[in-house]
Design a protein around this ligand. Structure first.
Ligand SMILES: *Cc1c(COP(=O)(O)O)cnc(C)c1O
Length: 424
């Protein structure tokens, strides 16, 4: 009897084979290169926040939180949303604490979309959006952002065409945007809102970088626009705001008719998580002495680190795009004679001792995707960025210290593994 298993993975995970994020991370480990691929922040977290969490653990706050989150954290989130955006949510049934923003996005999509439904987002996009669309059996329609000088712009006409389909149900808006670093302008957000209102779309807004905007730019929540509160789920997380990406404390705010079904899905994904971390995040959000100086410092230090990396990339002959918010800079690899971002990123660790991510990995439409952009994270220590920048300068074409070796392939895994989500 042949007992060889014949099962295959379910259709819904079959597309999850893109391993470029794990490929680049293991390349960094094997070559000892500086990993500017992953957006894991290297700076410290607010000391008070850390103390709140250890206090919570030692005083016994270690059991399940309610599925919707600890009441004091829901209160704190409602206060934060009101003081920052003037959007008012009832902590009792309009705020849900989740296992990071990732779970909030997944629960929103699973609660409202199924086979036959279309989810609209922008191209390129954060990679959990296509994955969760697939888990829901829904189709993701990614409307390309238009290159506009050294930035990216909303293509209103293309969005309107996509929204016109009777099957379009939900739109995911991410601003500040990963991977482009774009912060949607007031006019763009108004245009998105207008289209969602006229086509009766639910809006899921991923605002995890809500505080990380530079050069005086301000993040705006689409939920605050007239008529938008009742159709918008606003999602954020403590990870990027307080440099605690490992805590996975996120949240979703919206009217009860959206957040109720989201909670119904969420309770069977994780039920709840991170009770002592929820205690700590509540305390930090409620304490202006912890929160405000920390956030001002974080924003200005990230802006300074962006400038170190941007100036270094430019000096090394890699033209950069404007990073208005978030953790990442995109650079044009054609400056080094490449026309393939994947090849550039596979060769960069050996050539320059630096790891970046090929931006084509974030694109859904292969035909319209630029294949010449690499994404570099600047949420790293100053000395790490300075070293990376020096290495890039000496590896640049035309640099006297350049030793160019065009080795590749041996670093490319033959079999793509099922994707591990380590791309943040
Ligand atoms: C980091 C990131 C997330 C994930 O947030 P978690 O709170 O860690 O789940 C979601 N969206 C974007 C755009 C991100 O960059």
């Amino acid at each position: 009897m042949d007992t060889t298993p014949t099962w295959r993975p379910a259709e819904r995970v079959r597309g999850f084979t893109n391993s470029v994020f794990s490929e680049m991370t293991s390349l960094a480990m094997r070559t000892g290169a500086i990993n500017l691929g992953q957006g894991i922040p290297e700076a410290a977290s607010p000391v008070n926040l850390l103390r709140y969490a250890t206090d919570a653990i030692s005083t016994g706050e270690n059991q399940y939180a309610p599925a919707s989150g600890l009441p004091r954290l829901r209160d704190a989130i409602a206060q934060q949303r009101f003081s920052r955006y003037l959007t008012s949510y009832q902590p009792s049934d309009e705020v849900v604490v989740t296992t990071g923003a990732t779970e909030a996005i997944a629960a929103a999509v699973l609660a409202f979309c199924g086979p036959g439904d279309q989810i609209i987002t922008f191209d390129p996009c954060y990679d959990s959006y296509p994955a969760v669309a697939s888990l829901a059996g829904a189709q993701l329609v990614a409307v390309p952002l238009r290159q506009d000088g050294d930035g990216f712009a909303l293509d209103v006409a293309a969005l309107r065409r996509a929204a016109r389909s009777a099957r379009s149900r939900l739109l995911i808006l991410n601003t500040p945007h990963n991977p482009t670093g774009k912060v949607f302008t007031t006019a763009e957000i108004a245009a998105v809102a207008d289209i969602c209102l006229s086509h009766d779309l639910i809006v899921v807004t991923d605002e995890v970088y809500e505080y990380l905007t530079y050069d005086g730019r301000e993040h705006q929540s689409i939920a605050a626009l007239p008529g938008m509160m009742e159709r918008t789920v606003a999602i954020s997380s403590a990870g990027k705001t307080f440099n605690v990406t490992g805590w996975k404390v996120g949240w979703a705010c919206g009217p009860a008719h959206l957040v109720g079904p989201l909670l119904a899905a969420k309770q069977f994904l994780s039920f709840s998580s991170g009770t002592p971390f929820q205690v700590a995040v509540a305390a930090a959000l409620l304490s202006p002495e912890t929160r405000d100086p920390w956030l001002d410092g974080l924003r200005s230090s990230l802006q300074r680190r962006r400038d170190i990396l941007r100036d270094g990339l430019e000096r090394a002959g890699l033209k950069t795009f404007r990073a208005e918010g978030g953790y990442f800079l995109q650079a044009d690899v054609r400056g080094w004679g490449y026309d393939d971002d994947l090849q550039f990123c596979q060769e960069l660790p050996r050539q320059a001792g630096v790891v970046a991510i090929p931006v084509s990995a974030f694109y859904q439409n292969a035909e319209s995707a630029p294949r010449w952009l690499a994404r570099f994270a600047f949420c790293k220590r100053d000395d790490v960025l300075s070293t990376a920048v020096e290495k890039l300068a000496s590896a640049a074409p035309g640099s006297s210290s350049r030793t160019r070796t065009r080795t590749r392939t041996s670093d490319t895994p033959k079999q793509p593994d099922y994707r591990t989500i380590d791309n943040r």
